[in-house]
Design a protein around this ligand. Sequence first.
Ligand code: SAH
Length: 344
Amino acid sequence: MQNETKKDIKSLLPGELEAEFAALGLPKFRAKQVFKWLSSGVSSFEEMTDLSRDLRAKLDGLYDITSPVVLRRQTSASDGTEKFLWGLADGNAVESVLMCYDYGNSVCVSSQVGCNMGCAFCASRGGKVRDLRPSEILDQVLWTEKETGKKVSNIVMMGIGEPLDNFDNVVRFLRLINHPLGRNIGMRHISLSTCGIVDGIDALAELDLQLTLSVSLHAPDDETRSRIMPSNRSCGVENLMSACKRYYEKTQRRISFEYIMIDGVNDSDRQASLLAALVRPIGGHVNLIPLNHVEERPLKPSPPERIAAFQKELERMGVNVTVRRSLGGDVDASCGQLRRKAGK
Ligand code: SAH
Protein backbone atom coordinates (compact mmCIF):
# COMPACT_ATOMS: atom_id res chain seq x y z
CA MET A 1 0.00 0.00 0.00
CA GLN A 2 1.04 3.53 -0.72
CA ASN A 3 2.22 5.44 2.30
CA GLU A 4 -0.43 8.13 2.75
CA THR A 5 1.49 10.04 5.40
CA LYS A 6 4.47 10.67 3.17
CA LYS A 7 4.49 13.20 0.33
CA ASP A 8 4.84 12.07 -3.27
CA ILE A 9 8.23 13.70 -3.94
CA LYS A 10 8.48 12.76 -7.61
CA SER A 11 5.42 14.86 -8.46
CA LEU A 12 7.20 18.03 -7.30
CA LEU A 13 8.94 20.42 -9.72
CA PRO A 14 12.43 21.69 -8.82
CA GLY A 15 11.12 25.08 -7.60
CA GLU A 16 8.64 23.36 -5.29
CA LEU A 17 11.30 21.00 -4.04
CA GLU A 18 13.52 23.99 -3.26
CA ALA A 19 10.74 25.54 -1.19
CA GLU A 20 10.17 22.24 0.66
CA PHE A 21 13.86 21.82 1.32
CA ALA A 22 14.27 25.46 2.39
CA ALA A 23 11.69 24.79 5.11
CA LEU A 24 13.86 21.88 6.22
CA GLY A 25 16.91 24.15 6.30
CA LEU A 26 18.48 22.53 3.23
CA PRO A 27 20.30 24.51 0.52
CA LYS A 28 18.90 24.94 -2.99
CA PHE A 29 21.42 22.70 -4.67
CA ARG A 30 20.09 19.74 -2.69
CA ALA A 31 16.74 20.13 -4.43
CA LYS A 32 18.42 20.05 -7.83
CA GLN A 33 20.45 17.02 -6.84
CA VAL A 34 17.39 15.12 -5.63
CA PHE A 35 15.30 16.11 -8.65
CA LYS A 36 18.01 14.74 -10.96
CA TRP A 37 18.11 11.47 -9.04
CA LEU A 38 14.34 11.14 -9.17
CA SER A 39 14.33 11.76 -12.93
CA SER A 40 16.88 9.02 -13.39
CA GLY A 41 14.44 6.48 -11.98
CA VAL A 42 15.82 5.64 -8.55
CA SER A 43 13.36 3.83 -6.29
CA SER A 44 14.85 4.78 -2.90
CA PHE A 45 16.77 7.57 -1.20
CA GLU A 46 19.39 4.93 -0.40
CA GLU A 47 20.50 5.10 -4.04
CA MET A 48 21.25 8.84 -3.81
CA THR A 49 24.88 8.24 -2.97
CA ASP A 50 26.00 11.87 -2.93
CA LEU A 51 23.66 12.63 0.01
CA SER A 52 24.79 11.91 3.56
CA ARG A 53 23.30 8.88 5.29
CA ASP A 54 21.54 11.13 7.78
CA LEU A 55 19.95 13.21 5.06
CA ARG A 56 18.83 10.12 3.14
CA ALA A 57 17.20 8.74 6.29
CA LYS A 58 15.54 12.08 7.03
CA LEU A 59 14.09 12.39 3.51
CA ASP A 60 12.96 8.78 3.60
CA GLY A 61 10.94 9.56 6.71
CA LEU A 62 9.16 12.45 4.98
CA TYR A 63 8.76 11.47 1.35
CA ASP A 64 7.59 8.55 -0.73
CA ILE A 65 9.27 7.60 -4.03
CA THR A 66 6.76 5.87 -6.28
CA SER A 67 8.15 2.76 -7.98
CA PRO A 68 5.92 0.50 -10.07
CA VAL A 69 6.46 -3.21 -10.48
CA VAL A 70 6.36 -5.07 -13.78
CA LEU A 71 3.32 -7.33 -13.64
CA ARG A 72 3.77 -8.41 -17.24
CA ARG A 73 6.02 -7.61 -20.19
CA GLN A 74 5.10 -8.67 -23.73
CA THR A 75 7.19 -8.23 -26.85
CA SER A 76 5.73 -8.21 -30.33
CA ALA A 77 7.32 -10.91 -32.49
CA SER A 78 6.63 -8.92 -35.64
CA ASP A 79 7.99 -5.46 -34.79
CA GLY A 80 9.61 -5.56 -31.33
CA THR A 81 7.01 -3.27 -29.75
CA GLU A 82 6.94 -3.86 -25.99
CA LYS A 83 3.91 -3.62 -23.75
CA PHE A 84 4.22 -3.35 -19.98
CA LEU A 85 1.56 -3.82 -17.33
CA TRP A 86 2.68 -1.80 -14.29
CA GLY A 87 1.51 -2.55 -10.79
CA LEU A 88 0.97 0.63 -8.75
CA ALA A 89 1.39 1.06 -5.00
CA ASP A 90 -2.36 0.80 -4.27
CA GLY A 91 -2.83 -2.44 -6.22
CA ASN A 92 -4.14 -0.84 -9.41
CA ALA A 93 -2.42 -1.41 -12.74
CA VAL A 94 -1.97 0.39 -16.07
CA GLU A 95 -0.29 -0.37 -19.38
CA SER A 96 2.21 1.51 -21.50
CA VAL A 97 3.84 0.70 -24.83
CA LEU A 98 7.36 1.22 -26.19
CA MET A 99 7.62 1.65 -29.94
CA CYS A 100 10.98 1.89 -31.72
CA TYR A 101 11.24 3.96 -34.88
CA ASP A 102 14.14 5.18 -37.04
CA TYR A 103 13.86 8.61 -35.43
CA GLY A 104 13.90 7.33 -31.85
CA ASN A 105 12.00 5.46 -29.17
CA SER A 106 8.51 6.49 -28.26
CA VAL A 107 6.48 5.56 -25.18
CA CYS A 108 2.70 5.63 -25.19
CA VAL A 109 1.64 6.39 -21.61
CA SER A 110 -1.63 6.02 -19.71
CA SER A 111 -3.06 8.97 -17.78
CA GLN A 112 -5.82 7.30 -15.73
CA VAL A 113 -6.66 3.89 -14.26
CA GLY A 114 -9.62 3.10 -16.51
CA CYS A 115 -11.55 5.70 -18.49
CA ASN A 116 -14.96 7.35 -18.24
CA MET A 117 -15.34 8.31 -21.89
CA GLY A 118 -17.01 5.09 -23.04
CA CYS A 119 -15.92 5.11 -26.70
CA ALA A 120 -17.57 2.16 -28.47
CA PHE A 121 -14.40 0.94 -30.19
CA CYS A 122 -11.97 1.06 -27.27
CA ALA A 123 -10.82 -1.67 -24.85
CA SER A 124 -10.04 0.90 -22.15
CA ARG A 125 -13.68 1.80 -21.54
CA GLY A 126 -15.58 0.59 -18.51
CA GLY A 127 -15.15 3.41 -16.02
CA LYS A 128 -12.41 5.39 -14.40
CA VAL A 129 -11.02 3.97 -11.16
CA ARG A 130 -8.81 6.94 -10.43
CA ASP A 131 -6.54 9.57 -11.95
CA LEU A 132 -2.84 8.81 -12.18
CA ARG A 133 -0.53 11.09 -10.27
CA PRO A 134 2.18 12.99 -12.18
CA SER A 135 4.84 10.67 -10.73
CA GLU A 136 2.92 7.60 -11.87
CA ILE A 137 2.74 8.87 -15.45
CA LEU A 138 6.44 9.76 -15.33
CA ASP A 139 7.32 6.32 -13.96
CA GLN A 140 5.95 4.67 -17.10
CA VAL A 141 8.73 6.42 -19.04
CA LEU A 142 11.49 6.06 -16.44
CA TRP A 143 10.79 2.40 -15.77
CA THR A 144 10.54 1.57 -19.47
CA GLU A 145 14.05 2.97 -19.82
CA LYS A 146 15.24 1.00 -16.80
CA GLU A 147 13.68 -2.26 -17.93
CA THR A 148 14.75 -2.08 -21.57
CA GLY A 149 17.98 -0.05 -21.43
CA LYS A 150 16.58 2.06 -24.27
CA LYS A 151 16.52 5.85 -24.13
CA VAL A 152 13.10 7.37 -24.74
CA SER A 153 12.99 10.42 -27.03
CA ASN A 154 9.26 10.82 -27.69
CA ILE A 155 6.08 10.59 -25.65
CA VAL A 156 2.54 10.00 -26.81
CA MET A 157 -0.28 10.45 -24.33
CA MET A 158 -2.54 7.94 -26.02
CA GLY A 159 -2.71 5.13 -23.52
CA ILE A 160 -5.51 4.37 -21.07
CA GLY A 161 -7.57 7.34 -19.93
CA GLU A 162 -8.52 10.80 -21.10
CA PRO A 163 -5.56 13.14 -20.42
CA LEU A 164 -7.69 16.30 -20.34
CA ASP A 165 -9.96 14.68 -17.74
CA ASN A 166 -6.87 14.61 -15.47
CA PHE A 167 -5.68 18.03 -16.56
CA ASP A 168 -3.58 19.27 -13.64
CA ASN A 169 -1.69 16.04 -13.14
CA VAL A 170 -1.05 15.64 -16.86
CA VAL A 171 0.26 19.19 -17.22
CA ARG A 172 2.48 18.64 -14.20
CA PHE A 173 3.80 15.43 -15.78
CA LEU A 174 4.56 17.37 -18.97
CA ARG A 175 6.50 19.98 -17.01
CA LEU A 176 8.40 17.29 -15.12
CA ILE A 177 9.46 15.33 -18.18
CA ASN A 178 10.27 18.52 -20.09
CA HIS A 179 12.42 20.03 -17.33
CA PRO A 180 16.08 20.63 -18.29
CA LEU A 181 17.24 19.17 -14.96
CA GLY A 182 15.14 16.07 -15.54
CA ARG A 183 14.49 13.98 -18.66
CA ASN A 184 14.46 17.14 -20.76
CA ILE A 185 12.16 15.77 -23.46
CA GLY A 186 11.13 18.65 -25.73
CA MET A 187 7.46 19.59 -25.99
CA ARG A 188 7.74 19.12 -29.75
CA HIS A 189 8.52 15.48 -29.07
CA ILE A 190 5.28 15.04 -27.13
CA SER A 191 1.78 14.35 -28.47
CA LEU A 192 -1.35 14.51 -26.38
CA SER A 193 -4.50 12.85 -27.62
CA THR A 194 -7.97 13.83 -26.44
CA CYS A 195 -11.47 12.67 -27.24
CA GLY A 196 -12.33 16.38 -27.37
CA ILE A 197 -12.90 17.93 -23.94
CA VAL A 198 -13.58 21.53 -24.93
CA ASP A 199 -12.66 23.22 -21.62
CA GLY A 200 -9.46 21.21 -21.51
CA ILE A 201 -8.48 22.21 -25.06
CA ASP A 202 -9.05 25.88 -24.17
CA ALA A 203 -7.04 25.55 -20.95
CA LEU A 204 -4.23 23.82 -22.83
CA ALA A 205 -4.21 26.58 -25.45
CA GLU A 206 -3.66 29.14 -22.69
CA LEU A 207 -0.53 27.26 -21.61
CA ASP A 208 0.87 27.46 -25.16
CA LEU A 209 3.05 24.38 -24.65
CA GLN A 210 4.15 23.66 -28.25
CA LEU A 211 3.25 20.00 -27.98
CA THR A 212 1.24 18.27 -30.70
CA LEU A 213 -2.45 18.08 -29.94
CA SER A 214 -4.26 15.11 -31.44
CA VAL A 215 -8.02 15.15 -31.44
CA SER A 216 -9.83 11.84 -31.74
CA LEU A 217 -12.57 12.94 -34.11
CA HIS A 218 -13.66 9.64 -35.69
CA ALA A 219 -16.83 11.10 -37.23
CA PRO A 220 -17.67 14.45 -38.83
CA ASP A 221 -21.38 14.49 -37.94
CA ASP A 222 -23.06 14.53 -34.52
CA GLU A 223 -25.31 11.57 -35.25
CA THR A 224 -22.41 9.19 -35.93
CA ARG A 225 -20.00 10.71 -33.42
CA SER A 226 -22.47 10.61 -30.54
CA ARG A 227 -23.19 7.00 -31.35
CA ILE A 228 -19.56 5.86 -31.08
CA MET A 229 -18.28 8.53 -28.65
CA PRO A 230 -20.75 9.31 -25.85
CA SER A 231 -18.71 12.35 -24.80
CA ASN A 232 -19.92 14.04 -27.99
CA ARG A 233 -23.51 14.17 -26.73
CA SER A 234 -22.84 17.04 -24.35
CA CYS A 235 -20.56 18.99 -26.63
CA GLY A 236 -21.13 18.36 -30.33
CA VAL A 237 -18.82 18.53 -33.32
CA GLU A 238 -19.34 22.24 -33.93
CA ASN A 239 -18.29 23.26 -30.42
CA LEU A 240 -15.33 20.92 -30.60
CA MET A 241 -14.15 22.37 -33.90
CA SER A 242 -14.52 25.91 -32.54
CA ALA A 243 -12.24 24.98 -29.65
CA CYS A 244 -9.77 23.48 -32.13
CA LYS A 245 -9.82 26.72 -34.10
CA ARG A 246 -9.14 28.74 -30.95
CA TYR A 247 -6.32 26.36 -30.07
CA TYR A 248 -4.75 26.73 -33.50
CA GLU A 249 -5.04 30.50 -33.46
CA LYS A 250 -3.49 30.77 -30.01
CA THR A 251 -0.64 28.26 -30.41
CA GLN A 252 -0.09 28.25 -34.20
CA ARG A 253 0.38 24.51 -33.87
CA ARG A 254 -1.40 22.33 -36.40
CA ILE A 255 -3.79 19.85 -34.87
CA SER A 256 -3.68 16.21 -35.85
CA PHE A 257 -7.15 14.65 -36.18
CA GLU A 258 -7.35 10.95 -35.53
CA TYR A 259 -9.96 9.06 -37.49
CA ILE A 260 -10.52 5.35 -36.96
CA MET A 261 -11.88 3.68 -40.07
CA ILE A 262 -14.91 1.59 -39.05
CA ASP A 263 -16.68 -0.44 -41.70
CA GLY A 264 -20.04 1.05 -42.68
CA VAL A 265 -20.06 3.51 -39.76
CA ASN A 266 -17.85 6.48 -40.61
CA ASP A 267 -16.10 5.57 -43.86
CA SER A 268 -18.37 6.89 -46.66
CA ASP A 269 -17.27 9.39 -49.30
CA ARG A 270 -19.87 11.79 -47.94
CA GLN A 271 -18.27 11.58 -44.50
CA ALA A 272 -14.86 12.19 -46.11
CA SER A 273 -16.20 15.43 -47.63
CA LEU A 274 -17.73 16.53 -44.34
CA LEU A 275 -14.46 15.75 -42.57
CA ALA A 276 -12.46 17.74 -45.12
CA ALA A 277 -14.76 20.73 -44.65
CA LEU A 278 -14.12 20.63 -40.91
CA VAL A 279 -10.36 20.31 -40.84
CA ARG A 280 -9.23 22.20 -43.94
CA PRO A 281 -9.98 25.71 -42.61
CA ILE A 282 -7.56 25.17 -39.71
CA GLY A 283 -4.93 23.29 -41.70
CA GLY A 284 -5.53 20.13 -39.70
CA HIS A 285 -3.73 16.93 -40.51
CA VAL A 286 -5.81 13.73 -40.66
CA ASN A 287 -4.45 10.44 -39.40
CA LEU A 288 -6.53 7.52 -40.62
CA ILE A 289 -6.32 4.53 -38.29
CA PRO A 290 -7.55 1.12 -39.41
CA LEU A 291 -9.73 -0.09 -36.51
CA ASN A 292 -7.79 -2.42 -34.26
CA HIS A 293 -9.52 -5.53 -33.11
CA VAL A 294 -11.04 -5.40 -29.64
CA GLU A 295 -12.57 -8.74 -28.73
CA GLU A 296 -15.86 -7.71 -27.17
CA ARG A 297 -16.71 -4.99 -29.71
CA PRO A 298 -18.85 -5.85 -32.73
CA LEU A 299 -17.27 -3.19 -34.96
CA LYS A 300 -15.24 -4.16 -38.02
CA PRO A 301 -12.34 -2.36 -39.69
CA SER A 302 -12.98 -0.77 -43.08
CA PRO A 303 -11.53 -2.79 -45.96
CA PRO A 304 -8.17 -1.48 -47.28
CA GLU A 305 -9.71 -0.32 -50.56
CA ARG A 306 -12.30 1.78 -48.66
CA ILE A 307 -9.53 3.37 -46.59
CA ALA A 308 -7.63 4.16 -49.79
CA ALA A 309 -10.73 5.73 -51.38
CA PHE A 310 -11.45 7.77 -48.25
CA GLN A 311 -7.86 8.97 -48.21
CA LYS A 312 -8.07 9.90 -51.89
CA GLU A 313 -11.25 11.88 -51.32
CA LEU A 314 -9.63 13.84 -48.50
CA GLU A 315 -6.57 14.54 -50.62
CA ARG A 316 -8.74 15.66 -53.52
CA MET A 317 -10.29 18.18 -51.16
CA GLY A 318 -6.86 19.50 -50.19
CA VAL A 319 -6.43 17.79 -46.82
CA ASN A 320 -3.10 16.54 -45.56
CA VAL A 321 -3.65 12.87 -44.67
CA THR A 322 -1.68 9.81 -43.60
CA VAL A 323 -2.68 6.25 -42.78
CA ARG A 324 -1.25 5.15 -39.45
CA ARG A 325 0.97 2.10 -39.42
CA SER A 326 -0.12 -0.07 -36.54
CA LEU A 327 2.51 -1.63 -34.28
CA GLY A 328 2.27 -4.37 -31.67
CA GLY A 329 -1.03 -5.88 -32.83
CA ASP A 330 0.04 -9.41 -31.89
CA VAL A 331 0.35 -8.42 -28.22
CA ASP A 332 -2.71 -6.15 -28.15
CA ALA A 333 -0.47 -3.09 -27.81
CA SER A 334 -2.06 -1.01 -30.59
CA CYS A 335 -4.33 2.02 -30.19
CA GLY A 336 -7.43 1.21 -28.24
CA GLN A 337 -6.20 -2.18 -27.05
CA LEU A 338 -4.78 -1.18 -23.66
CA ARG A 339 -6.35 -2.35 -20.44
CA ARG A 340 -5.80 -2.04 -16.73
CA LYS A 341 -5.74 -5.76 -16.05
CA ALA A 342 -3.97 -8.77 -17.46
CA GLY A 343 -6.04 -10.65 -20.04
CA LYS A 344 -9.30 -8.85 -19.38
N1 SAH B 1 -8.66 9.43 -24.50
C1 SAH B 1 -7.71 9.84 -25.48
C2 SAH B 1 -6.46 8.99 -25.55
C3 SAH B 1 -6.64 7.50 -25.53
S1 SAH B 1 -7.11 6.73 -27.03
C4 SAH B 1 -8.38 9.95 -26.82
O1 SAH B 1 -9.56 9.61 -26.92
O2 SAH B 1 -7.76 10.42 -27.75
C5 SAH B 1 -5.79 6.95 -28.13
C6 SAH B 1 -6.19 6.79 -29.59
O3 SAH B 1 -6.51 5.42 -29.88
C7 SAH B 1 -7.43 7.60 -29.91
O4 SAH B 1 -7.38 8.23 -31.14
C8 SAH B 1 -8.46 6.50 -29.91
O5 SAH B 1 -9.62 6.91 -30.50
C9 SAH B 1 -7.72 5.38 -30.60
N2 SAH B 1 -8.38 4.09 -30.50
C10 SAH B 1 -9.18 3.65 -29.51
N3 SAH B 1 -9.66 2.42 -29.78
C11 SAH B 1 -9.15 2.05 -30.98
C12 SAH B 1 -9.26 0.89 -31.79
N4 SAH B 1 -9.98 -0.16 -31.42
N5 SAH B 1 -8.59 0.88 -32.97
C13 SAH B 1 -7.82 1.94 -33.34
N6 SAH B 1 -7.67 3.04 -32.61
C14 SAH B 1 -8.32 3.12 -31.44
